[in-house]
Design a binder for this molecule. Structure first.
Ligand SMILES: Cc1cc2nc3c(=O)[nH]c(=O)nc-3n(C[C@H](O)[C@H](O)[C@H](O)COP(=O)(O)O)c2cc1C
Length: 315
């Protein structure tokens, strides 16, 4: 694609805007097209696709909080067979960059889906959702550096034509590792960029019935509540690793206004994703894109890369 004022480079790919829609929040592919002009955003991440079809968790699986939402969708998706027949053939005609999201319980599951995506016309970037428990250890792949190394290496060897982005959980559960360590492992194993982050583990209780609100009891919190947490994680990974290593960060967490996206860029993100924000306002992607471009110009910059990580220390 041609360069415009708002275009950005993500791991060697040109996107027309730094604003993307986050995995699982905009349908399996282009379901948002009737409410949002997909040409106004830089791209979208598909629902995470698993090797086998999943119906997901029982209902209710979404609830609202005062500052975001908790979901326990449980990766409901058509599986590889459904994706191959109903989704893959349409990808090249969607009017924005498509990033395929992949999830699984085992390395073989991830590799199988990755191979299919590698063969798909119009798809050259994939995001590995590693916030899934590994059937062997029970730990999330993203919380276990050894398992993550093996996973990313296997996926990267299976699909040399795809650019891999690894999406991490904000909480590295049950391990002494930091998000900086885990990000390094992902990059050393073949990933070209890191997405920070998935949802934060959370729970809501109905005090009248005394029952958990979600049938699954717990879920993942997203939306404004998690934004400052993710700003800090982006800042940490950028300053302690990504800046020097030349690694792009994709920031996801509570973007509902352009100011949130601008904060992420100043913290060190190359592009940002909107998830829960699209539930509140399906046109959020377009509005954030416009506000962000105006902000860039108001700051006297001619590209977003000039503002990346450009926070000022108080003198
Ligand atoms: C309803 C819902 C479904 C989601 N499904 C996925 C998914 O399939 N794969 C994934 O990697 N992340 C999934 N996420 C996480 C989002 O992509 C995003 O990382 C997270 O919600 C934080 O961004 P936000 O605060 O802007 O929503 C989902 C989030 C929500 C709210």
């Amino acid at each position: 694609m041609s360069h415009t004022t708002s275009s950005v480079e993500l791991a060697g790919h040109t996107l027309r805007s730094p604003v993307l829609l986050a995995a699982g929040t905009c349908g399996v592919l282009d379901e948002m097209r009737d409410v949002l002009d997909l040409r106004s955003i830089g791209g979208l991440v598909t629902k995470s696709i698993t090797r086998y079809k999943r119906d997901g968790n029982p209902y209710p699986r979404i609830t609202w909080t005062r500052s975001g939402m908790i979901n326990a969708i449980g990766l409901a998706n058509p599986g590889l067979d459904g994706w191959r027949t109903d989704v893959a053939p349409r990808i090249r005609d969607v009017e924005t960059r498509i990033i395929g999201s992949i999830a699984g319980d085992s390395i073989e599951d991830y590799v199988e889906v990755t191979r299919a995506m590698d063969e798909c016309d119009g798809l050259d970037l994939v995001e590995l959702n590693v916030s899934c428990p590994n059937v062997h250890s029970g730990l999330e792949f993203g919380a276990d550096p050894g398992a993550l190394r093996e996973l990313v290496t296997s996926v990267s060897n299976a699909a040399p034509g795809l650019t891999l982005i690894v999406k991490l959980s904000p909480i590295v559960v049950g391990t002494p590792h930091t998000i900086v360590d885990i990000s390094k492992v992902a990059i050393e194993s073949g990933a070209k960029a890191i997405t920070l982050t998935n949802t934060v583990p959370a729970m809501g209780i109905d005090v009248r019935t005394r029952e958990p609100i979600l049938a699954n009891t717990t879920g993942g919190l997203s939306g404004p509540a998690i934004h400052p947490i993710v700003v800090r994680l982006v800042h940490l990974v950028y300053t302690q690793f990504a800046k020097e290593a030349g690694v792009d960060i994709v920031a996801a967490g509570g973007v509902t206004r352009w100011e949130d996206a601008a904060e992420f860029i100043l913290a060190g993100a190359t592009v940002i994703q909107i998830g829960a924000g699209s539930f509140a306002d399906p046109k959020a992607g377009r509005k954030v894109d416009r506000g962000l471009t105006k902000w860039m110009l108001d700051q006297g910059a001619s590209s977003f890369s000039e503002l990346r990580g450009a926070i000022k220390r108080p003198s």
